[in-house]
Design a protein around this ligand. Sequence first.
Ligand code: ATP
Length: 479
Amino acid sequence: MEIRIEHLNKEFPSRDKDGKPTKAVSDLDLVIKDGELMGLLGPSGCGKSTTLYMIAGLKDPTSGFIYFDEDDVTHLDPEKRGIGLVFQNYALYPHMTVYKNVEFPLTNLVIEEEQKAHDVEYEDVLQEVLLQQDTLIACLEKGAGKRGNDTAIEELIRAFRITPSLAKEIVSKIKKSEEGYANSLQLLLSLSKERKAKKLQDWKNKGFAVGDDYILLRDGQATTIHRRLTKDERDTLVRETAKLVQIEDYLGRKPSELSGGQQQRVAIARALVKRPRVLLLDEPFSNLDARLRIQTREEIRRVQQATKITTVFVTHDQEEAMSICDRICVMENGEERQIGKPQEIYRDPNCLFVAKFLGTPPINVFRGTIKDGFLLLGEEPVLETPKTLENQDVLVGIRPEGFLPLPKKKDLVFTVDVQDVLTQGRDTTLIFSSPLGEQTLGKAIIDSDIEIENGRHRFAIKPTKIYLFDKETGKRIPL
Ligand code: ATP
């Protein structure tokens, strides 16, 4: 199911008397495609949780619209939206088993179901026939004598347009006694009423919402009924969902007897058991240790791929968002900064904020100058720039993997002072200082096969790993 957000705003009134309201979300437009896993990514306070809560219906927007496919759900109650929610604190019921925790959302769930009303209708038609005594008796009278029953049955079918089996039942049950047909007719009528009452009761016991106002239908027609799930139906859903998130072996345990990762999987099962149209995850891994975070996020991805359920995932952890999301919406101060596939945003950030927010280690930022067709870092020209760019001061972002050691003679170079060399298997991280940096220390990542020691080193810069930004607005300056 597609989620469409249009001009969404949320303001919280100020707690101080004369203070300004907090604009938590500002004019957000976002389309989350059917079956997509969309990450809302940004630093603390950027409005991602508020956005999620508005999608869930737990917070009311100040203005704007939220659509689930064509349905406007902007002000719809959360329980009517068909959502599953997972929060960072799994909020499992400690006194219940895992089974009961997962089953819990189903216990009060009322589903809509198309139901054909054959059984009850049969009794109703019978009663209708029995109440039209004169016509009925006339039909039965015509059937007196030899082969009389067949004639009576045919007469009944013709007169009342009922089925042969019902006509047969009437003929076999109504016998002419000494006082005429009255007694057996009365008996059959009360029997039929009892049977109808019993059938309705059976339906009620099964959880069907039937009552005195029940609309009776002709054969084959269907009506929508509202009912609770039966125990068997709940059991099937609990076990299917437990299998999906691989907690089948823990169904009898209490949450306290599970690890954090297992508990979070129970919370995910609980959100999925109702087969929601949308899954909403708010920092679901923050209480897990590093290893479990990776394991659980892969788990979420697997389940999401298996169910193809449209999912919104809130996180401040860019690595987490990059690793599992189909697309990411990067937010700052309640506004969307960039939306796209993780690699696209990483490769092609549209502003300094996004460039800085994505990537580990983060992008290095220097003050630079464009002068006469070259980008200068300090006195050094490091990149040829298009002649169309005017001479100006800029901010320069260089990804850590953009530093190329051992430059060739003809290469433009940037000289830095390497202060530390950290080798981690395949890669080596160089920590360097530069007087031009926004931060005093920068990081470069190079192949571990190249040996570098502390001291001054010259690097060529990969043109695809260098970005220019307007120093006032932070907007990307295309090269
Ligand atoms: P975090 O990652 O820290 O949860 P977030 O990006 O999810 O942050 P929100 O929780 O959406 O951010 O908050 C956005 C802004 O709205 C923040 O400035 C926050 O202080 C403010 N805010 C959130 N809830 C309320 C509230 N109930 N009353 C007043 N201000 C609020």
